[in-house]
Design a protein around this ligand. Sequence first.
Ligand SMILES: CCC/C=C/C(=O)SCCNC(=O)CCNC(=O)[C@H](O)C(C)(C)COP(=O)([O-])OP(=O)([O-])OC[C@H]1O[C@@H](n2cnc3c(N)ncnc32)[C@H](O)[C@@H]1OP(=O)([O-])[O-]
Ligand SMILES: Cc1cc2nc3c(=O)[nH]c(=O)nc-3n(C[C@H](O)[C@H](O)[C@H](O)COP(=O)(O)OP(=O)(O)OC[C@H]3O[C@@H](n4cnc5c(N)ncnc54)[C@H](O)[C@@H]3O)c2cc1C
Length: 661
Amino acid sequence: MYTINPDLQQERDGATFNPYELTIWWDGGTEKHEKRKALEKLFLEDSELKDDLPLSYMSHKQIYENSVRKAVLIAKKLRDLHDVGELSVDTYTALLGGTLGCALLKEGNPLSVHFVMFVPTILGQGTMEQQITWLSKAWELNIIGTYAQTELGHGTFLRGLETRADYDEKTQEFVLNSPTLTAYKWWPGGLGNTANYAVVVAQLLAPFIVQIRDEETHMPVPGVDIGEIGPKLGMKSGNNGYLGFKNVRVPLNHMLMKNQQVLFDGTYIPPKNSALTYGTMMFVRVVLIRDASLALAKASTIAVRYSAVRRQSPIDPNKPEPQIMDHITQQLKLFPQVAKAIVFKANGDIIYDMYAHVSQEIEKGALERLPEMHALSCCLKAVCSADAASGVEVCRLACGGHGYMDCSNFPTLYGMSTAVCTYEGENTVMLLQTARYLVKAYGQAALNPQVQLVPTVAYIKKIIEEPEFVGFDGSSEAIVEAFEYVAANKIRIAYERVEQQRRKGAVPEVATNRCGIEMVQAAELHGRAFLAHTALTEIQALSQKVSPALGEIFQLLLELYLVDACLHGIGDFLRFIKLTQQDVNGLELHFQECLKRLRPNVVALVDGFDLHDRILDSALGAYDGNVYEKIFDAAKKSPLNKEAVNASFQKYLKPLMKSNL
Ligand SMILES: CCC/C=C/C(=O)SCCNC(=O)CCNC(=O)[C@H](O)C(C)(C)COP(=O)([O-])OP(=O)([O-])OC[C@H]1O[C@@H](n2cnc3c(N)ncnc32)[C@H](O)[C@@H]1OP(=O)([O-])[O-]
Ligand SMILES: Cc1cc2nc3c(=O)[nH]c(=O)nc-3n(C[C@H](O)[C@H](O)[C@H](O)COP(=O)(O)OP(=O)(O)OC[C@H]3O[C@@H](n4cnc5c(N)ncnc54)[C@H](O)[C@@H]3O)c2cc1C
């Protein structure tokens, strides 16, 4: 019998808005919502896509083989959808890392990098002719590719990559070599045992399409040394691999030549902007902002539902134990994560649209907005992924001991979300990229007050025009303005310290390294100021478009997000703005007031994310809230419970116990 836990039901009955309305916004409209539901039905009800045994009880090899089996089933279904004309970009996204994809292959899909990086690189870096040659084969999965850039010795510093592609004019071929152990490609997803082609980034820092396995036998082609890199913290079925080359020859036209060319006679024509080679990474960084929102939505759904069901420790000694959500410190942990999920979602959508616009301009040869887009995508990728990973961990801790169980799904969620802090550009490195741009922008504005800065950094000029911040009243508008003011001052400090170092004779790179701490702080605050600004404009506008009941909730989430963000950075605010004791008290009380006001609606809010139980895959977070039954059922699946006495008793324990007699 399907019964809903009464505490959870009571929460739902007490909500003041309809979660379905939130779901429709979250999904991007009714049509997209219906498509998502149909897709979930198609994939989640397929018994072949379910795992009988939890992954924790499978071996490394079993996990991989099972993931390939399922990845192929998913790919076949995608092909069927394609044949009936029902395949859209949204479908791909959902199935390759989105919520649905993570439900079907919770530890990663060995074909993800094929779709997320191999195909986009051909699109972004290949000439029209190269696209015609490779794209249909890749879409149809006649070939399976990966993106092999990182090496054992270098991931961040791409100019330090050691893989060589030397041009042989006589045969008009490139010869690929890994001259050292550290030149081996290391990490690419799907490279271990799955892919037979790879985009290989080699010096001259260009992408090459290289066949790495035979199309029939799947044996590595001569001169290629491939393997899988072994177990990792998470993403256990990503099939990350290594790859070395010894005199592997590829034709000249296997170098992807949209942005840079090598002619038959070996003449090299460099790209208009060297960063164009890094285009695929920018695209993925943009997508990762939405992924951060999804990670927080999942984690907060699990922890909020559990906190409505779990009762512990009386608050009033004369009353029964309350739902743990009534401990205010529990609200402190959970509610900001719900608010961040919504704010990151709104930001992710905006950035995605901005990226689409900028990449259209780039296609036409207009590169003016590329640096701005790069700077923004880097710091947002860093800030959102870091907040998502720490938010998932906060939610796990908020579930006490049971949060530590695999069956809570927090270990997997954490493994997946913390990986984002490293891949597609390690977060500190990303912040330093943004900082470099910000410091330059500040310098331009400081030297020439008439200079026009691009919209996302235009606020920097305010502190030059009006060095004093006046009129902080604790409102959302004032917090956003203060955030920009604080960020601008942090950028100013980074700029001034870099200049000081340069005056002392340091070359720019050394000066930047000496000021790295100021630089990352400035970039983080710039990211947070952008998130706050967009949250204000987008969520306020959104509140007007939905029902008054939901509008009120959006406003409340906005306030909660902003006050929480402000209190987290209060040291910086106090440093640059004349806040009084009363102002800070006001912020603290406002924050607590937000928690109190959100309390009756928080279950409905996470219900509004509408995450299917299979997507959550958590004994603690299921819609029905039958937590204890589900924890027990999960424990029963342990192979150690299949026999009353384990063989180790006779073999080891008993002799030990007897020898003590
Ligand atoms: C499912 C998961 C799959 C995971 C897959 C992966 O992880 S795949 C592997 C993922 N791997 C990674 O993510 C590796 C991370 N590493 C990198 O991306 C780069 O090596 C780097 C950006 C750190 C430095 O690069 P560098 O040493 O060549 O550059 P520099 O610092 O000397 O700056 C030179 C100029 O270029 C500019 N610029 C740079 N990038 C871009 C861009 N994308 N766009 C536009 N512009 C860009 C920069 O701002 C600067 O401009 P300025 O100031 O001169 O006007
Ligand atoms: C799960 C996963 C999947 C991946 N998939 C792929 C893939 O499909 N294809 C692929 O090519 N790669 C892939 N990668 C590799 C990934 O892109 C790199 O690991 C990442 O770019 C970081 O590079 P690194 O490992 O060299 O770190 P490092 O650069 O060695 O970082 C180590 C430390 O050094 C610091 N550091 C490095 N440079 C600087 C600097 N300039 N200034 C200040 N600090 C610095 C960093 O901040 C960090 O604290 C994957 C990685 C993971 C974890």
